[in-house]
Design a protein around this ligand. Structure first.
Ligand SMILES: [Fe+2]
Ligand SMILES: [Fe+2]
Length: 299
């Protein structure tokens, strides 16, 4: 048993978000209009979501090359979703009917169900219009303590969801992209607002319990891990496979040059800002880590 999962705050949160899930339920298998092609002769995403945005490479590539890059970077982004969701479903299935998580099991049913549906439409998109890129999992912290393990797992989920949501909320409101692309991003954004609210509530409660239990050195280890996880998550947006499929001749070299370009720091800051500020507000990350997370050099 964990007092965190027995607390009235967590029980109330689980009940409230479960009701919202029920009220917002839709059938994803019939919701979207799958067309033969989603090519419109325009970018598949907002220009400032391209990995070359803020660097000289955006001007060096032709319009056709940029459109092609936007396609394959979208495929990378949706593939990351497929693999990220697979990981989080695994973690939640392992917890769902263990007595420790009884208070949240109802919500976990909604969560797993919704994520399974998200994974379906992201995978469908990749398979229809590109392919699913292979995954590169980010290692965990490797602690035996269940309270630490829970905190890390729920934190990884929320960091992943909030980075994804930065992208979804932009593309979901973009009237220039193909309507299917807009719809997938928009509906995912709506579902994720519930998941993030739930995850943040759990994380806050778990971390305040850890602050009582752990010494400063152990807490610092957790903060260092979270900063490294955020950085690795941003690095995954630079995909050699996407550069190769977009016709860039030296994809690994190009990746290194683009992601280490100082013009990218601002985009990293914007993508991570909301989740970084949340973790900083509960003391789970240090203000000075922002520099380490967002400024890439010499990879
Ligand atoms: Fe999702
Ligand atoms: Fe989610």
């Amino acid at each position: 048993m964990s007092p965190v999962f027995e607390s009235q705050d967590v029980i109330g949160l689980s009940k409230k978000i479960s009701e919202k899930s029920l009220a917002g339920y839709y059938n994803p298998y019939t919701k979207f209009n799958w067309t033969d092609s989603v090519d419109t002769g325009k970018l598949w995403v907002d220009a400032d979501l391209l990995s070359v945005y803020g660097t000289p490479y955006i001007d060096e590539l032709s319009k056709e090359q940029l459109i092609n890059l936007s396609k394959w970077e979208s495929i990378n982004f949706y593939s990351l979703n497929v693999h990220g969701i697979k990981e989080l479903i695994n973690e939640m299935v392992n917890r769902i009917h263990h007595p420790r998580y009884k208070s949240i099991s109802q919500f976990l049913h909604h969560f797993i169900g919704e994520e399974n549906e998200h994974m379906w439409f992201f995978a469908e998109f990749c398979n229809r219009y590109g392919r699913i890129y292979p995954s590169k999992a980010i290692p965990g912290l490797g602690k035996e303590d269940q309270d630490i393990e829970d905190f890390i797992v729920f934190s990884r989920v929320v960091i992943f969801e909030e980075i994804v949501d930065y992208y979804n909320s932009k593309v979901g409101g973009n009237t220039e992209v193909h309507p299917l692309i807009k719809d997938i991003n928009y509906y995912h954004h709506i579902d994720e607002s519930r998941h993030v609210a739930f995850g943040r509530g759990i994380i806050k409660a778990l971390f305040s319990a850890l602050k009582e239990k752990l010494d400063e050195q152990e807490l610092e280890g957790i903060r260092t891990y979270l900063a490294a996880y955020m950085k690795s998550s941003l690095e995954q947006l630079y995909s050699p496979s996407a550069y190769r499929d977009a016709g860039i001749p030296t994809p690994h070299d190009f990746r290194r040059k683009v992601m280490n370009h100082p013009g990218r720091t601002e985009s990293h800051k914007k993508m991570i800002k909301r989740t970084f500020n949340f973790f900083e507000s509960i003391g789970a990350i240090r203000k000075e880590d922002e520099k380490h997370v967002c400024e890439f050099i010499n990879h």
